[in-house]
Design a protein around this ligand. Structure first.
Ligand SMILES: Nc1ncnc2c1ncn2[C@@H]1O[C@H](COP(=O)(O)OP(=O)(O)OP(=O)(O)O)[C@@H](O)[C@H]1O
Ligand SMILES: [Mg+2]
Length: 435
């Protein structure tokens, strides 16, 4: 479970104790370097920041001068961590404290009710359930996997926050976008993969059998979620990796077994396990994204019931139109109103000539009737162009996974506008989530 990191200067002992004690009474776990400790392992501090859901910064003459506190704030900023600065004395603001914290610095620990306000703000973050977006269309090959990686890789890089990608497609192309097949298969051979969200596996108990081995059995026994580092792969790894947290729960072919499940009751229980796991990880991340399979299956239902938004990429053609029509129909007929996600549609692989025809007609409502819903209103205003930069290339052995993301690619003809478009789509989606 995530904790609240408390950044403090060497002389902030009283303030540290009072914040720690207040959080303890509010049952909010905290992490801080022991007051007065000299040799704190910087790696342990970095890991604690990476695993935190937020950071309280005690602002004092002592912390403002402290190099380690500055490094802690910088790391939090790089990782999109929510900051809660509060004054503990009148030290004059400088450096990061001035540029990054001054705007939010409204309270002082000695102000009446300041600690109560701090607890309320922190608790809001602690109990937050992050948005879950399913990238889906009941039509194959229209860019679901490309959007899952490139748009949400750009979201993480530009808008911050901790992002978790989950490969729910038994073809596991999203996983293969970042890792070579051998790496991905070795990972699922240890159950460090998506099947561990559905059934108890060797990730939960070393002496269990792998649910991937025997397709005729479905284990309905309940299990506890494992910490995110045990189940996910860190995409932003490697020496010169960009900051932040972008994780992947890798996919595998064996989740196809649910298509052959003999008992609907067992399947319902496995589906409930999945929803419970997603609910747990919703408080560990700031965004969860599913890449999904193109046909309507049990996995489709799981994704629809756990997501609060469906993002449907579509090509500007009638086949894709049919795909989103079916998708909307399935959402309305098969998912109860209280669990039904919102639907947004994104044009992908748009070329110049199509742009002026099909896309414009769609935006004008010309296809709303054919789609069976107000497609023109569900469309995002930005669209992803057809571009060689977005064509998937398998990673080469030993490549860092994040290098597959266009947002992190160096210079190159036409890259800049694509990156801007990716950022624009991410920003638009984030606004919708916040609305
Ligand atoms: N905007 C784009 N420009 C150029 N190529 C693209 C674009 N979007 C997707 N592609 C290419 O189209 C192909 C299909 O894309 P992708 O795998 O993302 O589709 P998908 O919907 O996930 O397919 P599936 O239904 O099989 O899961 C890939 O080769 C990908 O590189
Ligand atoms: Mg795909």
């Amino acid at each position: 479970m995530s904790h609240l990191f408390i950044a403090h200067g060497p002389r902030d002992v009283d303030a540290l104790l009072s914040v720690h004690e207040t959080m303890r009474q509010a049952s909010i776990p905290t992490w801080y370097t022991p007051a007065g400790a000299k040799d704190v392992d910087p790696e342990a501090v970095n890991t604690a920041i990476d695993n935190a859901f937020g950071m309280v910064v005690l602002v004092s003459a002592s912390s403002i001068r402290s190099r380690s506190v500055q490094a802690q704030i910088q790391r939090a900023l790089d990782r999109g961590l929510k900051l809660f600065p509060i004054r503990s004395d009148n030290g004059r603001l400088s450096k990061l404290f001035k540029t990054a914290l001054a705007d939010q610095l409204t309270d002082s620990l000695s102000d009446e009710g300041a600690l109560d306000r701090l607890v309320t703000d922190v608790r809001k973050r602690y109990e937050r359930r992050c948005p879950v977006i399913a990238v889906m269309n009941l039509k194959g090959g229209i860019g679901k996997t490309t959007v899952s990686s490139q748009v949400f890789g750009a979201w993480q890089a530009s808008l911050g926050g901790r992002t978790l990608l989950i490969d729910l497609d038994p073809q596991y192309n999203l996983t293969q976008t970042f890792f070579d097949m051998d790496h991905a298969d070795a990972s699922s051979a240890r159950d460090k993969s998506v099947i561990s969200l559905f059934e108890r596996s060797r990730l939960h108990a070393f002496d269990s059998l792998s649910p991937a081995e025997d397709w005729s059995k479905i284990d309905t026994a309940p299990f506890e979620p494992v910490t995110r580092d045990l189940i996910s792969h860190n995409i932003l790894s490697g020496d010169d990796a960009p900051g932040g947290r972008l994780d992947l729960i890798s996919g595998q072919f064996e989740i196809s077994k649910y298509a052959f499940a003999p008992s609907p009751q067992a399947l319902a229980m496995v589906g409930a396990n999945f929803r419970r796991m997603i609910d747990y990880y919703r408080s560990e991340y700031d965004l969860i994204v599913f890449d999904t399979n193109p046909n309507a299956t049990f996995l489709t239902r799981c994704a629809l019931e756990a997501a609060d938004r469906v993002l449907a990429p579509m090509h500007p053609d009638v086949y894709s139109l049919r795909g989103v029509r079916l998708l909307n129909q399935v959402m309305n007929e098969q998912v109860s109103a209280d669990k039904r996600p919102e639907l947004s549609v994104l044009f992908n692989a748009v070329g110049r000539s199509e742009q002026s025809n099909f896309e414009a007609d769609a935006r004008n409502g010309a296809f709303d009737e054919q789609a069976g819903f107000a497609l023109s209103k569900a469309l995002l205003s930005s669209a992803l162009p057809r571009s060689g930069h977005l064509v998937v290339r398998s990673p080469e052995a030993g490549d860092d996974p994040w290098k597959q993301l266009v947002i992190h690619k160096g210079r190159g003809g036409g890259l800049k506008p694509i990156r801007e478009t990716l950022r624009g789509i991410a920003t638009e989606l984030k606004r919708l989530e916040e609305a």
